[in-house]
Design a protein around this ligand. Structure first.
Ligand code: CA
Length: 288
């Protein structure tokens, strides 16, 4: 037995926000040959599940960058929440005071301040004044993807949120302002027990230091009795590197940044050229 682990955005999903038939067939092909196929994404479980359902795929889902694992029946196998109390409260308070758009991933939804979209629209209007049309296109696509997630719940602010005792899996900060992003990263990169990762050029995400795609994959493989020494993973971003490190055959997409590509053993094609199917067939061929 062997595991094939696939990232969603920028990997399985193309720039038109679709999973192409060739990729779906490659996954089903691997499943028919007895391979376990797992999705590992920064997205919340319910959001990722909806995307798979639309494409007739039923797979294990490592969600929120490894803070959750769910099986095909929707049962939760693992949660790695962020430290509760003042740590997360202080983060949200600071983000609000400094006018950041952010999302809090919980079991029952993605909580976000109601004024958040206005912040992003203002940032985008500022960027329009000096960015090229191509760059603005990229930003608009990123924005529609961000706001197109399933499961949003509006809140007035962090005080509202902390009235209930909820497990937090992930805090995602999204901004078009490069300097603002840098200031946020500087503020939060060294908080004890937290880790900071990126799943897009416009975001950073905070979660428990033990939550990573790689750790979740190790946990799941152990539970399923599968050896990762004969397994593959494919991805395109910083949040995929932890899983590259724990499998025998790691594949980077050609649309990944150069430093991400360097961390993978193999390269596949890009996300608009069915890079996932290409990687899967290469892996299956090798293991015949
Ligand atoms: Ca990705």
């Amino acid at each position: 037995m062997s595991i094939i682990t696939i990232d969603l955005d920028g990997t399985l999903i193309n720039d038109q926000h679709k999973i192409c038939d060739e990729n779906i067939q490659a996954i089903q092909n691997a499943q028919n040959q007895g391979y376990e196929v797992v999705i590992a994404t920064g997205r919340a479980y319910f959001d990722a599940k909806e995307i798979l359902k639309k494409n007739n795929l039923s797979l294990y889902i490592i969600g929120a960058n490894g803070a959750t694992i769910h099986n095909m029946a929707g049962e939760n196998l693992l949660t790695v929440p962020m430290p509760t109390g003042h740590v997360t409260r202080n983060i949200m308070q600071w983000l609000e005071e400094h006018q950041y758009y952010y999302e809090v991933f919980c079991e029952d939804g993605i909580y976000t301040p109601s004024y958040g979209r206005e912040i992003l629209n203002t940032e985008l209007a500022q960027e329009r004044q000096f960015r090229t049309a191509d760059r603005i296109d990229v930003m608009e696509v990123a924005l529609s993807k961000q706001l197109g997630q399933i499961g949003f719940r509006q809140m007035h602010g962090y005080q509202d949120f902390f009235a209930n005792d909820k497990k937090i899996f992930n805090i995602l900060v999204f901004t078009f302002d490069e300097e603002k992003k840098k200031r946020g990263i500087k503020k939060f990169k060294n908080i004890p027990n937290l880790t900071l990762v990126h799943s897009s050029p416009f975001n950073f995400e905070l979660e428990h230091v033990d939550a990573s795609k790689g750790n979740a994959l190790v946990y799941l493989a152990k539970k399923l009795g599968i050896d990762l020494e004969r397994s593959m993973a494919v991805g395109d971003s910083g949040n995929d590197v932890s899983m590259f490190k724990v499998v025998s055959d790691s594949f980077a997409m050609t649309n990944a940044d150069g430093d991400i590509q360097k961390q993978a053993k193999y390269m596949t094609k890009n996300n608009n050229e069915q890079g996932v199917a290409h990687a899967i067939y290469q892996f299956l061929g090798k293991n015949k």
